[in-house]
Design a protein around this ligand. Structure first.
Ligand code: MN
Length: 255
């Protein structure tokens, strides 16, 4: 069994190089992976399954090929694509997961999350997150005409970019206490998440026992994947294909 984890691809029609890398990555693993989990922000923005268009269908088809080759596909919401719904999941042959959730991976129970939940020092963001996760707010937004959804989405992204520019980097990282609390609450010693765009494997002490926090990287300037087989886990950086390197590279630490 080979588990593959990716997150923060931020796919959009404006960055065909990332989409190509994503499709190449899936093709390379087709038939070899038993599980493919996307831990949020597969898309840079998601305004509703009903307006996914050709680009949404292209991405769904890539994931479905993985499923058809024998992989279980799981999708977690990110803060950019929290409106991904059952219709898109069905098109992918994927399961929508709750954040956080636990999977047993080669004998180790692992807490899986997008990661924004643990950025508790960013009070403004957490307030906004609570509003956007209200079912009524989401239903109301999804009932709006497509053009209006686009305008609101663009305005929110601009505001978030301004917010991020004015915040200290440590405020946008996870809070150690929030991580420890979650590990205790779920009785696990390993957390795997994305969102912060700070790929790393952190080993630390939790109540006298070793604990691990694995952070997936984003795909803006390279690619990042965690491969977990019977020998253990391996956090890999994926080089951008040479032919695609000339594309505009707008790093966005916002998550
Ligand atoms: Mn994110």
């Amino acid at each position: 069994m080979v588990w593959l984890f990716i997150s923060d691809l931020h796919l959009s029609p404006e960055r065909p190089d990332i989409t190509r890398q994503f499709e190449d990555f899936l093709a390379a693993w087709r038939g070899q992976a038993s599980h493919l989990y996307v831990l949020g922000d597969l898309f840079d923005v998601w305004l509703g399954d009903d307006v996914a268009g050709a680009f949404g269908a292209q991405v769904a088809a890539a994931l479905r090929r993985q499923r058809d080759a024998g992989a279980q596909v799981g999708l977690l919401h990110g803060n950019r694509d929290f409106l991904l719904g059952p219709r898109f999941a069905e098109a992918c042959g994927a399961t929508l997961l709750t954040d956080p959730c636990i999977r047993e991976i080669h004998g180790r129970r692992v807490l899986l999350s997008h990661g924004d939940l643990f950025c508790t020092d960013d009070h403004g963001y957490q307030r906004m997150r609570r509003v956007f996760h209200q079912p009524l707010v989401q239903r109301g937004f999804l009932a709006l005409p497509h053009r209006l959804r686009q305008r609101i989405g663009a305005r929110l992204r601009r505001r978030s970019q301004q917010d991020v520019a004015g915040k200290a980097p440590e405020i946008m990282d996870v809070n150690a206490q929030a991580v420890s609390d979650a590990l205790r609450r779920h009785d696990v010693n390993c957390l795997l998440h994305g969102h912060t765009h700070r790929p790393a494997v952190h080993q630390f002490d939790l109540d006298g026992r070793p604990a691990t926090r694995i952070v997936l990287g984003d795909w803006y300037t390279q690619g990042s994947a965690l491969v977990w087989d019977e020998h253990g886990f391996d956090l890999r950086q994926l080089p951008r294909p040479a032919a695609a390197r000339s594309g505009s590279e707008t790093a966005d630490p916002a998550g």
